[in-house]
Design a protein around this ligand. Structure first.
Ligand code: ITT
Length: 197
């Protein structure tokens, strides 16, 4: 059975292939489409934006479609950067973005933060489903670690005494927002589609 991943991010395509091909899916992505224009992500939540992306491509290809949206929310900054995580301080690299967030929390005792990942799936009947994962932690006082990507060097996990950039990929995947949401998605796909071919 064919499944379309609505993302321009090659790392996401690779990860979804690794997960879905063993289940018997043939994985496609939007780089195969010559006349597809990505919809504007103007939702107000991660789930809404993931659904906009998945619905946009489903309407184009009429194939089970998946998209995800994720980001970092910081309580003391009114949940910023949140759904704007990818575009926060556009034009700057993550070392600058991470320094900026630490600076904005200077003198602040409330360091609570969380990563969210919402995966949206439009099934063969056009019905939407959302699978969510959340990883809670704190904003570190200093960046540390070089694994992962994005905001990982400033995301402090007290139970490990490390940032998420200091975890191995397997350790991060076992607890991460994306790992949790992905496991929910796989459970759904196994239940719904495992016996269909
Ligand atoms: P799409 O084409 O699929 O939209 P994208 O790379 O723009 O790809 P998102 O909109 O989901 O993806 O952006 C998520 C941003 O949130 C990402 O650029 C990081 O800044 C941040 N982020 C999400 N998950 C993260 C993680 O596990 N570790 C560090 N930063 C993360």
């Amino acid at each position: 059975m064919d499944i379309m991943i609505a993302t321009g991010n090659k790392n996401k395509v690779r990860e979804y292939k690794e997960m879905l091909e063993p289940l018997g899916f043939t994985v496609h992505d939007t780089s195969e489409l010559t006349d597809y224009i990505e919809p504007v992500e103007d939702g107000t939540t991660f789930a809404e934006n993931a659904l906009i992306k998945a619905r946009g491509v489903f309407d184009h290809v009429s194939m089970i479609s998946i998209a995800d949206d994720s980001g970092l929310s910081i309580r003391a900054l009114d949940n910023e950067p949140g759904i704007h995580s990818a575009r926060y301080m556009e034009g700057y690299g993550y070392p600058e973005k991470n320094r900026n967030l630490i600076e904005r929390l200077k003198g602040c005792d409330d360091r609570f933060a969380w990563f969210t990942c919402d995966i949206a799936l439009i099934d063969h009947n056009g019905q939407p489903h959302v699978f969510e994962g959340i990883m809670e932690g704190e904003i570190a006082y200093e960046p540390a670690g070089s694994n992962g990507f994005g905001y990982d060097p400033i995301f402090w996990l007290g139970q490990y005494g490390k940032t998420s950039a200091q975890l191995t990929p397997d350790q991060k995947n076992a607890i991460s927002h994306r790992g949790q949401a992905t496991r929910k998605l796989l459970e759904f796909l196994k239940k719904e589609y495992d016996n269909e071919e």
